[in-house]
Design a protein around this ligand. Structure first.
Ligand SMILES: [Zn+2]
Length: 290
């Protein structure tokens, strides 16, 4: 059996958080599956349509998660092609119990890049399998909450479209309440339990050694957690203070994202009774070690 044809169309939206731009993946041929249509740039819509051969059509549009740099072009592409948009759900779908509780208690902030208008035509769930026309292989849906509650990865045999969950060039932003550190770690561990040949992420180049990258990311987060705990043991502080103390090697433009990552560790530590905070957690709320 021939392998499914893969094409990448990179969007022209480079930034510190999107790297060289969003990767839109075209899977199969004839009736093509589009994974992550990308940002709402007319030139990117044209580039996706231009990547199709004469006689080819888009059969379905899958969105890994409802961040605008992945999802915003879904509706224009659906209109242009007649293909349905498939995803886990709207931007808040899959939010963890912890984050749902914190939002109800008045937690503010987060929501960076969330596509609040996003509405898929049909919902995908963990374990769903989608046929690729002309191929024996199926696309397997893997729910990987963490970066966002509704984040999906798509497996094609041992190849994984990893969205923003696992990338080679950067770690993932885990910003509460859309992001949840415990869920993110669990999703990494779940992927690490399987054999993979290659990851094709939402930004940057392919990850050629997925097992090593997963191990590195898990170790990195455990080390960050240890740094947060050590800093808290020295003296109480809020997420922004702690990020300044811990992320000494990060450019100032990324400090807000680093602070959100630290807050996600602090909330996770609080849930495990290893840290505490009076009132509702926030970037400026002081936490202390327990
Ligand atoms: Zn994202």
């Amino acid at each position: 059996m021939a392998e499914a044809r893969l094409r990448r169309v990179r969007a022209d939206n480079p930034s510190p958080l999107t790297g060289s731009g969003t990767n839109t993946w075209l899977v199969g041929e004839g009736a093509v599956t589009v994974i992550d249509p990308g940002p709402a740039l007319p030139a990117h819509l044209e580039a996706i349509l231009a990547a199709l051969e004469p006689g080819e059509a888009v059969a379905r549009i899958i969105v890994t998660h409802a961040h605008r740099d992945h999802s915003a072009l879904a509706r224009p592409l659906a209109k242009a092609t007649g293909a349905p948009v498939l995803a886990f759900g709207p931007a808040e779908a899959g939010r963890s119990a912890v984050m749902t509780r914190l939002v109800a208690a008045g937690f503010e902030g987060g929501g960076e890049g969330a596509d609040s208008d996003f509405a898929p035509d049909a919902r995908l769930a963990d374990g769903d399998r989608l046929d690729l026309p002309g191929h024996a292989a199926t696309l397997e849906v893997i729910h990987t909450p963490g970066h966002m509650g509704g984040h999906l990865c798509l497996a094609l045999g041992t190849l994984l479209f990893s969205g923003d969950h696992v990338m080679g060039w950067a770690t993932s932003l885990v910003s509460p309440p859309d992001g949840d550190m415990r869920a993110y770690m669990t999703s990494l561990e779940r992927l690490a339990a399987r054999e993979w040949s290659r990851f094709l992420p939402g930004h940057g180049e392919a990850v050629e050694e997925p097992a090593a990258r997963l191990a590195e990311l898990l170790a990195h987060r455990r080390q960050r957690e240890a740094q947060v705990r050590a800093a808290l043991a020295e003296s109480p502080g809020n997420a922004t203070d702690l990020a300044r103390r811990i992320y000494t090697d990060v450019s100032p433009t990324l400090l807000p994202a680093a602070s959100r990552n630290v807050l996600s560790h602090l909330i996770d530590l609080s849930e495990r009774n290893l840290a505490s905070c009076d009132g509702v957690p926030s970037l400026s709320a002081p936490f202390r070690a327990v």
